[in-house]
Design a protein around this ligand. Sequence first.
Ligand SMILES: NC(=O)c1ccc[n+]([C@@H]2O[C@H](COP(=O)([O-])OP(=O)(O)OC[C@H]3O[C@@H](n4cnc5c(N)ncnc54)[C@H](O)[C@@H]3O)[C@@H](O)[C@H]2O)c1
Length: 259
Amino acid sequence: MGLLDGKKGLVLNIANDRSIAWAIADNCLKHGATCGYGFLPMEKMERRVRKSLEEMGQTDPWVQPCDVGSDESIAAFFQAAKEKYGTIDFLVHSLAFANKDYLAIGKFLSTPRDVFKQACDISAYSLIALARGAAPLMPNGGSIIAMTYLGSEKAVPGYNVMGVAKAALESTSRYLALELGEKKIRVNTISAGPVRTLSAMAVGGIDEMFAHTERKAPLKRNIEADEVGKTAVYLLSDLSSGVTGENLYVDSGFNIVGL
Ligand SMILES: NC(=O)c1ccc[n+]([C@@H]2O[C@H](COP(=O)([O-])OP(=O)(O)OC[C@H]3O[C@@H](n4cnc5c(N)ncnc54)[C@H](O)[C@@H]3O)[C@@H](O)[C@H]2O)c1
C-alpha cells in the first residue's frame, strides 16, 4: 500500500534527472501518486524533461510550461491542470533563480536592485502565486511543500541574495499556512543540504558546502536527493496531517551543529 495512493499532485519544476523535483516525483510515484509536471518554457527544456521522466517510467506524462515570472503562464498552467485533473491533493514548489554573477563569494554588497527583485520574485513570491492557483483545485484540502536551504538563516559564503530569497520563501510558507489552514491546506518547507544539481552548481562556494557538511554534520556525509524525496512523501501524505507551517531539515543534521 502506498502512502499517496489515490492522490494527484503537481510538481514544479524538473530540469533534468538530477533535479530535486525529479527525486520528489519519483518517490511520489513509488507511493502511488499521480503527478503532473511543470517546466520552464525555454529551448529544448520540454524534450529534456520528458526524457528524464521516461527514466522514471513515465511514458506519456502530463507536462505543461510554467514560467513563475509570468502571471499569464501560471494561469494557463492551472487552467490546463484543472481540465486534466479536476482536483489535486498536493503541490510541490521546487524551483528558484538568481543571477549567478552575484552568487560568488564577496559579491553580496554589489547586488543590484533588479537582481534582488528577480531572485525574490522567482524564488519566493512564486510560492504565493502557485498556492493561489492550486488552492481552488484543493476543495478537500491538500499539502503544499517548497524547497529551501540553511542560507536563509545563516550567512553562507556565496549563497548571498538567494539566502535572502529563501528567508522570504520560508516566511511566505508560514503566512500561507496560517491563511490556508481553514481550507485544510497545509504548507511546509524542506531545508535540504547541498545536492549536486544544475542550480547548485551556480552557487560560488558550493564545493566548500559539500566538504564542510561531510566534515561537520552528525551523519558525516552529504544527503542524496532521494532522501529529500522520501521526506516529501511524508509531508505530502496523511502521515503529516497535523503538521503545517514547519521547516523540516534533510541535511544530515548539519543545522544543529555549532562548531
Ligand atoms: N541543490 C541544492 O543543493 C539545494 C539545496 C536546498 C534547496 N534547494 C532548492 O531546491 C529547489 C530545486 O532546485 P534544484 O537544486 O533541484 O535545481 P534544478 O536546477 O534542478 O531546479 C531548479 C528549477 O527551477 C526552475 N526555474 C528557474 N526559473 C524558473 C521560472 N522563472 N519559472 C519556473 N521555473 C523556473 C528551473 O527550470 C529548474 O527546473 C530550489 O528551490 C533550490 O533552491 C536546492
